[in-house]
Design a protein around this ligand. Structure first.
Ligand SMILES: NC(=O)c1ccc[n+]([C@@H]2O[C@H](COP(=O)([O-])OP(=O)(O)OC[C@H]3O[C@@H](n4cnc5c(N)ncnc54)[C@H](OP(=O)(O)O)[C@@H]3O)[C@@H](O)[C@H]2O)c1
Length: 281
Protein backbone atom coordinates (compact mmCIF):
# COMPACT_ATOMS: atom_id res chain seq x y z
CA UNK A 1 0.00 0.00 0.00
CA UNK A 2 1.04 3.61 -0.50
CA UNK A 3 0.90 5.33 2.86
CA UNK A 4 1.41 9.03 3.56
CA UNK A 5 2.45 9.79 7.14
CA UNK A 6 2.05 13.42 8.13
CA UNK A 7 4.07 14.79 11.05
CA UNK A 8 6.68 12.13 10.20
CA UNK A 9 9.42 13.87 12.21
CA UNK A 10 7.37 13.83 15.43
CA UNK A 11 7.27 11.31 18.24
CA UNK A 12 4.60 9.04 16.80
CA UNK A 13 5.12 9.82 13.10
CA UNK A 14 8.78 8.77 13.23
CA UNK A 15 7.99 5.42 14.90
CA UNK A 16 5.13 4.70 12.51
CA UNK A 17 7.27 5.54 9.48
CA UNK A 18 9.93 3.17 10.80
CA UNK A 19 7.47 0.29 11.23
CA UNK A 20 5.36 0.70 8.10
CA UNK A 21 8.30 1.10 5.69
CA UNK A 22 9.08 -2.63 6.02
CA UNK A 23 5.90 -3.67 4.21
CA UNK A 24 4.58 -0.55 2.48
CA UNK A 25 5.63 2.44 0.38
CA UNK A 26 5.81 5.13 3.04
CA UNK A 27 5.92 8.83 2.17
CA UNK A 28 6.57 11.03 5.17
CA UNK A 29 5.75 14.73 5.21
CA UNK A 30 6.22 17.41 7.87
CA UNK A 31 6.84 21.10 8.40
CA UNK A 32 8.42 23.21 7.03
CA UNK A 33 8.15 21.60 3.55
CA UNK A 34 4.52 20.48 3.95
CA UNK A 35 1.80 22.13 5.97
CA UNK A 36 -1.32 19.93 6.25
CA UNK A 37 -3.52 23.02 6.03
CA UNK A 38 -2.08 23.87 2.58
CA UNK A 39 -4.66 22.21 0.34
CA UNK A 40 -2.77 22.67 -2.93
CA UNK A 41 0.47 20.97 -1.94
CA UNK A 42 -1.26 18.18 -0.01
CA UNK A 43 -3.62 17.51 -2.93
CA UNK A 44 -0.82 17.13 -5.45
CA UNK A 45 1.14 14.94 -3.02
CA UNK A 46 -1.84 12.60 -2.54
CA UNK A 47 -2.34 12.38 -6.32
CA UNK A 48 1.35 11.94 -7.17
CA UNK A 49 1.93 9.23 -4.60
CA UNK A 50 -1.33 7.41 -5.45
CA UNK A 51 -2.04 7.25 -1.72
CA UNK A 52 -4.16 4.43 -0.27
CA UNK A 53 -4.00 5.67 3.33
CA UNK A 54 -3.08 8.95 5.01
CA UNK A 55 -1.98 8.56 8.65
CA UNK A 56 -2.19 11.96 10.25
CA UNK A 57 0.35 12.40 13.05
CA UNK A 58 0.77 16.12 12.37
CA UNK A 59 -0.47 18.28 15.20
CA UNK A 60 0.47 21.16 17.44
CA UNK A 61 0.93 19.20 20.67
CA UNK A 62 2.48 21.72 23.04
CA UNK A 63 -0.54 22.33 25.25
CA UNK A 64 0.66 25.64 26.69
CA UNK A 65 1.73 26.96 23.28
CA UNK A 66 -1.71 26.09 21.89
CA UNK A 67 -3.18 28.36 24.58
CA UNK A 68 -1.02 31.34 23.59
CA UNK A 69 -1.01 30.70 19.80
CA UNK A 70 -4.60 29.71 19.17
CA UNK A 71 -4.51 30.49 15.44
CA UNK A 72 -1.56 28.17 14.90
CA UNK A 73 -3.23 25.46 16.99
CA UNK A 74 -6.43 25.79 14.98
CA UNK A 75 -4.48 25.60 11.73
CA UNK A 76 -2.70 22.36 12.66
CA UNK A 77 -5.31 20.57 14.77
CA UNK A 78 -8.59 21.60 13.12
CA UNK A 79 -8.16 23.25 9.71
CA UNK A 80 -5.39 20.84 8.67
CA UNK A 81 -7.64 17.89 9.54
CA UNK A 82 -10.45 19.48 7.51
CA UNK A 83 -8.11 19.68 4.49
CA UNK A 84 -6.94 16.08 4.87
CA UNK A 85 -10.46 14.73 5.41
CA UNK A 86 -11.78 16.64 2.39
CA UNK A 87 -9.03 15.38 0.12
CA UNK A 88 -9.19 11.81 1.40
CA UNK A 89 -12.93 11.80 0.77
CA UNK A 90 -12.48 13.28 -2.70
CA UNK A 91 -9.79 10.77 -3.77
CA UNK A 92 -11.13 7.72 -1.93
CA UNK A 93 -8.16 7.53 0.42
CA UNK A 94 -8.54 6.13 3.94
CA UNK A 95 -7.67 8.45 6.84
CA UNK A 96 -6.21 7.45 10.21
CA UNK A 97 -6.15 10.26 12.76
CA UNK A 98 -5.03 10.62 16.39
CA UNK A 99 -6.81 12.50 19.11
CA UNK A 100 -6.44 12.94 22.85
CA UNK A 101 -8.02 12.48 26.28
CA UNK A 102 -7.73 16.30 26.55
CA UNK A 103 -11.04 16.57 24.67
CA UNK A 104 -12.53 15.65 28.09
CA UNK A 105 -12.68 17.87 31.18
CA UNK A 106 -10.82 15.60 33.62
CA UNK A 107 -13.58 15.40 36.20
CA UNK A 108 -14.20 11.68 35.73
CA UNK A 109 -11.11 9.87 34.43
CA UNK A 110 -10.72 6.81 32.20
CA UNK A 111 -13.23 8.10 29.67
CA UNK A 112 -15.38 5.78 27.57
CA UNK A 113 -15.52 6.25 23.80
CA UNK A 114 -18.99 7.80 23.92
CA UNK A 115 -18.50 10.02 26.97
CA UNK A 116 -19.39 13.63 26.24
CA UNK A 117 -16.33 15.74 25.38
CA UNK A 118 -15.87 19.00 27.25
CA UNK A 119 -12.39 20.41 26.64
CA UNK A 120 -10.98 22.83 29.21
CA UNK A 121 -8.03 24.12 27.19
CA UNK A 122 -7.49 25.19 23.58
CA UNK A 123 -5.41 22.17 22.63
CA UNK A 124 -8.34 19.93 23.62
CA UNK A 125 -10.86 22.15 21.84
CA UNK A 126 -8.83 22.26 18.63
CA UNK A 127 -8.38 18.47 18.67
CA UNK A 128 -12.09 17.94 19.28
CA UNK A 129 -12.90 20.15 16.32
CA UNK A 130 -10.49 17.98 14.30
CA UNK A 131 -12.50 14.89 15.28
CA UNK A 132 -15.74 16.58 14.09
CA UNK A 133 -14.10 17.33 10.75
CA UNK A 134 -13.68 13.60 10.20
CA UNK A 135 -16.79 12.09 11.75
CA UNK A 136 -19.16 14.28 9.71
CA UNK A 137 -17.97 12.84 6.35
CA UNK A 138 -20.38 10.53 4.58
CA UNK A 139 -17.98 9.08 2.01
CA UNK A 140 -14.77 8.70 3.94
CA UNK A 141 -13.27 5.60 5.54
CA UNK A 142 -11.66 6.86 8.74
CA UNK A 143 -10.25 5.82 12.10
CA UNK A 144 -9.78 8.07 15.10
CA UNK A 145 -7.43 6.73 17.76
CA UNK A 146 -7.48 8.73 20.97
CA UNK A 147 -4.42 8.39 23.15
CA UNK A 148 -2.70 9.99 26.15
CA UNK A 149 0.83 10.75 27.43
CA UNK A 150 2.90 9.10 24.71
CA UNK A 151 6.31 7.75 25.63
CA UNK A 152 8.94 5.62 23.94
CA UNK A 153 12.56 5.47 23.00
CA UNK A 154 12.49 8.01 20.17
CA UNK A 155 11.86 11.73 20.27
CA UNK A 156 13.71 14.16 22.50
CA UNK A 157 10.55 15.84 23.71
CA UNK A 158 8.86 12.93 25.40
CA UNK A 159 8.42 12.83 29.17
CA UNK A 160 10.25 9.55 29.73
CA UNK A 161 13.32 10.62 27.73
CA UNK A 162 13.48 13.83 29.71
CA UNK A 163 13.07 11.92 32.98
CA UNK A 164 15.69 9.36 31.98
CA UNK A 165 18.22 12.06 31.08
CA UNK A 166 17.61 13.86 34.37
CA UNK A 167 17.84 10.78 36.60
CA UNK A 168 20.87 9.30 34.85
CA UNK A 169 22.66 12.62 35.55
CA UNK A 170 21.49 12.61 39.20
CA UNK A 171 19.36 15.71 38.63
CA UNK A 172 16.42 16.29 40.98
CA UNK A 173 13.00 16.54 39.33
CA UNK A 174 9.58 17.78 40.47
CA UNK A 175 6.68 15.75 39.11
CA UNK A 176 2.98 16.54 39.41
CA UNK A 177 1.06 14.05 41.56
CA UNK A 178 -2.53 15.12 40.92
CA UNK A 179 -2.80 14.57 37.13
CA UNK A 180 -3.93 11.03 36.34
CA UNK A 181 -3.68 9.14 33.04
CA UNK A 182 -2.97 5.73 31.57
CA UNK A 183 0.15 6.65 29.54
CA UNK A 184 0.53 5.01 26.15
CA UNK A 185 3.71 3.24 25.07
CA UNK A 186 4.39 4.26 21.48
CA UNK A 187 5.24 0.69 20.46
CA UNK A 188 1.74 -0.36 21.63
CA UNK A 189 0.15 2.49 19.70
CA UNK A 190 2.07 1.64 16.54
CA UNK A 191 1.13 -2.05 16.87
CA UNK A 192 -2.49 -1.10 17.53
CA UNK A 193 -2.59 1.17 14.47
CA UNK A 194 -1.26 -1.61 12.25
CA UNK A 195 -3.70 -4.08 13.83
CA UNK A 196 -6.86 -2.02 13.22
CA UNK A 197 -5.81 -1.10 9.67
CA UNK A 198 -5.15 -4.77 8.87
CA UNK A 199 -8.53 -5.71 10.32
CA UNK A 200 -10.29 -3.00 8.28
CA UNK A 201 -12.06 -1.63 11.34
CA UNK A 202 -12.92 1.64 9.59
CA UNK A 203 -15.29 4.33 10.84
CA UNK A 204 -14.58 3.79 14.52
CA UNK A 205 -13.16 5.77 17.41
CA UNK A 206 -10.82 3.71 19.58
CA UNK A 207 -8.88 4.41 22.78
CA UNK A 208 -5.20 3.54 23.28
CA UNK A 209 -3.29 3.53 26.56
CA UNK A 210 -1.87 1.27 29.22
CA UNK A 211 -3.84 -1.16 31.35
CA UNK A 212 -3.11 0.75 34.56
CA UNK A 213 -4.12 4.21 35.80
CA UNK A 214 -1.75 6.43 37.77
CA UNK A 215 -0.58 9.96 38.42
CA UNK A 216 2.59 11.34 36.82
CA UNK A 217 4.57 11.11 40.06
CA UNK A 218 3.84 7.38 40.45
CA UNK A 219 4.56 6.90 36.73
CA UNK A 220 7.99 8.49 37.27
CA UNK A 221 8.64 6.42 40.43
CA UNK A 222 7.77 3.21 38.60
CA UNK A 223 10.20 4.16 35.83
CA UNK A 224 12.97 4.92 38.34
CA UNK A 225 12.35 1.58 40.06
CA UNK A 226 12.58 -0.45 36.83
CA UNK A 227 15.68 1.48 35.73
CA UNK A 228 17.30 1.21 39.19
CA UNK A 229 17.61 4.98 39.56
CA UNK A 230 17.57 6.80 42.88
CA UNK A 231 13.88 7.41 43.63
CA UNK A 232 14.79 10.16 46.11
CA UNK A 233 15.64 12.40 43.15
CA UNK A 234 11.90 12.60 42.41
CA UNK A 235 9.71 14.98 44.43
CA UNK A 236 5.98 15.49 44.06
CA UNK A 237 4.29 18.82 43.34
CA UNK A 238 0.70 19.89 42.80
CA UNK A 239 -0.72 21.21 39.53
CA UNK A 240 -1.63 24.49 41.22
CA UNK A 241 2.05 25.09 42.11
CA UNK A 242 3.32 24.33 38.61
CA UNK A 243 2.15 27.48 36.85
CA UNK A 244 1.14 25.92 33.53
CA UNK A 245 -0.47 28.35 31.07
CA UNK A 246 -3.20 25.96 29.94
CA UNK A 247 -5.56 24.36 32.46
CA UNK A 248 -5.02 20.60 32.65
CA UNK A 249 -7.69 17.91 33.04
CA UNK A 250 -6.77 16.30 36.37
CA UNK A 251 -8.51 12.94 36.04
CA UNK A 252 -7.69 12.20 32.40
CA UNK A 253 -6.97 8.87 30.77
CA UNK A 254 -8.93 6.64 28.43
CA UNK A 255 -10.79 3.43 29.11
CA UNK A 256 -9.22 0.75 26.91
CA UNK A 257 -11.45 -2.19 27.84
CA UNK A 258 -14.13 -1.20 25.30
CA UNK A 259 -11.49 -0.96 22.58
CA UNK A 260 -9.98 -4.31 23.55
CA UNK A 261 -13.43 -5.88 23.33
CA UNK A 262 -14.26 -4.27 19.99
CA UNK A 263 -10.94 -5.06 18.32
CA UNK A 264 -9.42 -8.09 20.07
CA UNK A 265 -6.18 -6.13 20.66
CA UNK A 266 -4.51 -6.32 24.10
CA UNK A 267 -2.72 -3.36 25.65
CA UNK A 268 0.10 -3.86 28.17
CA UNK A 269 0.87 -2.85 31.75
CA UNK A 270 3.19 0.14 32.22
CA UNK A 271 5.67 -1.99 34.17
CA UNK A 272 5.99 -4.46 31.28
CA UNK A 273 6.42 -1.58 28.84
CA UNK A 274 9.18 -0.05 30.99
CA UNK A 275 10.98 -3.41 31.07
CA UNK A 276 10.84 -3.48 27.25
CA UNK A 277 11.92 0.16 27.05
CA UNK A 278 14.88 -0.44 29.40
CA UNK A 279 16.53 -2.57 26.72
CA UNK A 280 16.44 0.30 24.22
CA UNK A 281 17.52 3.28 26.37
N1 LIG B 1 2.42 13.24 22.66
C1 LIG B 1 1.40 12.91 23.43
O1 LIG B 1 1.56 12.69 24.65
C2 LIG B 1 0.02 12.79 22.85
C3 LIG B 1 -1.05 12.55 23.72
C4 LIG B 1 -2.34 12.43 23.19
C5 LIG B 1 -2.54 12.54 21.82
N2 LIG B 1 -1.49 12.79 21.00
C6 LIG B 1 -1.77 12.93 19.57
O2 LIG B 1 -0.95 12.02 18.84
C7 LIG B 1 -0.58 12.59 17.59
C8 LIG B 1 0.92 12.55 17.42
O3 LIG B 1 1.53 13.30 18.49
P1 LIG B 1 3.11 13.43 18.66
O4 LIG B 1 3.38 13.43 20.12
O5 LIG B 1 3.80 12.47 17.78
O6 LIG B 1 3.33 14.92 18.15
P2 LIG B 1 4.71 15.68 17.89
O7 LIG B 1 5.87 14.87 18.38
O8 LIG B 1 4.53 17.06 18.39
O9 LIG B 1 4.79 15.67 16.30
C9 LIG B 1 3.90 16.39 15.51
C10 LIG B 1 4.59 16.72 14.21
O10 LIG B 1 3.65 17.43 13.39
C11 LIG B 1 4.31 18.58 12.86
N3 LIG B 1 3.31 19.59 12.53
C12 LIG B 1 2.74 20.52 13.35
N4 LIG B 1 1.87 21.28 12.65
C13 LIG B 1 1.89 20.82 11.37
C14 LIG B 1 1.24 21.23 10.18
N5 LIG B 1 0.39 22.24 10.16
N6 LIG B 1 1.51 20.54 9.04
C15 LIG B 1 2.41 19.52 9.03
N7 LIG B 1 3.06 19.10 10.14
C16 LIG B 1 2.81 19.76 11.29
C17 LIG B 1 5.25 19.00 13.96
O11 LIG B 1 6.23 19.86 13.45
P3 LIG B 1 6.92 20.94 14.44
O12 LIG B 1 7.58 20.15 15.51
O13 LIG B 1 7.85 21.69 13.55
O14 LIG B 1 5.79 21.77 14.98
C18 LIG B 1 5.81 17.65 14.41
O15 LIG B 1 6.87 17.21 13.60
C19 LIG B 1 -1.17 14.01 17.58
O16 LIG B 1 -2.40 13.99 16.93
C20 LIG B 1 -1.40 14.30 19.05
O17 LIG B 1 -2.45 15.24 19.25
C21 LIG B 1 -0.22 12.91 21.48
Amino acid sequence: MNIIITGCKGLLGSELSHLFCDNHNVFGIDLPEFDISDKKSIESFIINKKADIVINCAAMTNVDLCESKKNDAFKANSLGVNVLANLCEKYNVKLVHYSTDYIFDGNKGLYYINDIPNPINYYGASKLYGEFEIIKRKNLEWLIIRTNVLYGSMGEANFINWLNNSLVNNKKVNIIDDQFNNPCFIDDLVDFTEFVIDKNLWNNIFHAGSKDYMNRFDFALKFAQIMNYDKKLISSVKTKDFNQKATRPLKGGLDIKETEKLTGFKFNLTEDNFIKLKKTL
